[in-house]
Ligand binder design. Structure first.
Ligand code: GDP
Length: 526
């Protein structure tokens, strides 16, 4: 029989990722959500651009300098009987692999859109990763207190640009200086912006007389016309389609004014899924299973410069975590006692003793874990579905400027590679070549080597942007086929790979040397 406490705890849990183009208001919304849950008391706690005391993810100076969040953090809060974990993703054009991995470990996503700008490049990319996984995507159209696009146009854009049907759950009444509130279609309620009042409407909804004294005539007419239109021509509200990621519920509001956030949060908790089964190499595993299991989706070193520690982020997929429990690391078959565990809540860390499937916990790592690792108490070992790896597109040769500090350099490079911060290869002369998905990864790498490992380096960008692994042991033959537009390297498992200048060079090579098998990407666990 399934453990009753465990089942109840799982039903309470929600893990979601929050995505947006920079400046759309992701941090502000996150902050307001945390405030609702009482996880933090003061605004500014999330990123703390102006207030370093309350910042969580500004552990790196680079973030402060640029006012961007480079790394992703996890924050947990309780609200309305639910335990909610938010995975923040870097809101920068130049995000890296980290973001993708975060999005593979969440159960739903919230997409924040700037009401004036609509869908921007970054949102599109991140959205694609979410929709590939078929997870529900909730849309929050923000900054309605400013001039915004026509809400019908915003909805249309969602469908057109992202190809995702959407359904409005709340609807804005005016915008900018004329912003007067939102209409909650499911609750048949209007929330008035400035007056702070809530009006429960009668059976005629927005067509009843209740709103006449509160709204300007223009706003009331537009609201009625728009609601009539979306009720006639819009998508039907369909809970199953939402759960399957085929219909995005849309909300409007102002994160800054904390307006529209409560209805959003309440509906989100109703409509978003609790943790479900996850695929493994041994069939799928249900969260209610007694045996504990989870996987590591992120490793981060030196989060707190005062303590040189490394934390592995573990998503619990089944069972109950008890501090001090012994688990097996599938990759090595070794037993590990999990005695130091931490929960990440806004700017604080707390030691936790118990956690359930659907929680994310941090465990201290002394170099034991790799990204994608499976941990379990099951006797029959298995792996969770490997996390996708994304082939790097940018490459650089790096060398320490001070050869006396070569040891620091090597240690730093090895640690950052293990963390998954960057891909590291070497050539036949043992020179270090790094690979990244986004240029910011390079910057972060350089910064961290200098600040955390006291190692300055020379970085020489290389003119290659496609990588392929080789499926052959006849390296002498491969070498004879390479010219200056290709470069032979080895990854940290000594597996050979080739960098090509571009797609064209790669195509040429594959046409010419049909006998050489190339593989696009190798999984973390393979
Ligand atoms: P992020 O880059 O997506 O995390 O965006 P932030 O949350 O840092 O917000 C970017 C800027 O927009 C900040 O100056 C916020 O104060 C502002 N902002 C966020 N939400 C709103 C909103 O609802 N209305 C208005 N007027 N400004 C907002």
């Amino acid at each position: 029989m399934a453990n009753k406490i465990l089942t109840e705890e799982i039903q309470k849990r929600r893990i979601f990722g929050i995505i947006s183009h920079p400046d759309a208001g992701k941090t502000t919304l996150t902050e307001k959500l945390l405030l609702h849950g009482g996880a933090i008391r003061e605004a500014g706690a999330v990123k703390g651009r102006h207030n370093s005391k309350y910042s969580t993810s500004d552990w790196m100076e680079i973030e402060k300098q640029r006012g961007i969040s480079v790394t992703s953090s996890v924050m947990q809060f309780e609200y309305s009987g639910k335990v909610i974990s938010i995975m923040d993703t870097p809101g920068h054009n130049d995000f890296g692999e980290d973001t993708y991995r975060i999005l593979t470990s969440v159960d739903s996503a919230v997409m924040v859109i700037d009401g004036a700008k609509g869908i921007e490049a970054q949102t599109k990319k991140l959205f694609k990763v979410c929709s590939m996984r078929g997870i529900p995507i909730f849309t929050f159209i923000n900054k309605m207190d400013r001039e915004a696009m026509d809400p019908l146009e915003s909805m249309e854009e969602l469908e057109e640009v992202l190809g995702l049907p959407s359904v409005a759950v709340t609807w804005p009444i005016g915008c900018g200086l004329n912003f007067q509130g939102i209409y909650d279609r499911l609750e048949n309620t209007v929330y008035l912006y400035k007056a702070g009042k809530t009006i429960q409407l009668g059976e005629n909804g927005v067509f009843g007389p209740e709103l006449e004294e509160h709204l300007t005539i223009n706003n009331l007419n537009s609201l009625r016309a728009e609601i009539e239109l979306i009720e006639g021509a819009g998508n039907e509200f369909d809970v199953n389609a939402i759960a399957a990621g085929k219909l995005s519920p849309v909300f409007f509001g102002s994160a800054l004014a904390d307006f529209g956030v409560t209805p959003f949060l309440n509906h989100f908790l109703q409509l978003s899924p609790a943790p479900g089964p996850r695929k493994t190499t041994d069939g799928s595993i249900k969260p209610e299973e007694e045996e504990f299991s989870g996987f590591i989706f992120k490793i981060q070193a030196n989060m707190n410069p005062a303590h040189r520690d490394r934390i592995a982020f573990l998503r619990i997929c089944s069972g109950t975590f008890e501090r001090g429990m012994t688990v097996t690391l599938t990759r090595t078959g070794k037993s590990i006692k999990l005695s130091q565990s931490t929960q990440l809540m806004a700017n604080e860390r707390e030691t936790i003793d118990t956690a359930y499937a659907g929680d994310v916990i941090g465990i201290y790592d002394t170099g034991t874990y790799q990204i994608g690792d499976t941990l379990t108490t099951k006797k029959d070992l298995f792996y969770f579905e490997p996390l996708p790896t994304f082939p790097p597109e940018l490459f650089a040769r790096v060398t320490p400027t001070n050869s006396l500090k070569a040891k620091h350099f090597q240690k730093g490079v090895a640690q950052l590679a293990q963390e998954g911060a960057i891909q590291v290869y070497h050539n036949q002369y043992n020179e270090v070549i790094i690979g990244a998905v986004g240029a910011l990864q390079f910057e972060v790498f350089e910064y961290r080597l200098k600040n955390e490992y006291n190692s300055d380096l020379l970085m020489e960008h290389l003119d290659f942007n496609v990588v392929r692994w080789l499926d052959t042991s006849d390296l002498a033959y491969v070498k004879s086929c390479l010219d200056s537009r290709c470069m032979l390297l080895f990854d940290h498992f000594e597996r050979p790979l080739v960098l090509f200048a571009n797609q064209f060079t790669l195509n040429y090579f594959t046409e010419r040397y049909k006998d050489i098998q190339l593989v696009e990407a190798l999984n973390v666990n393979s």
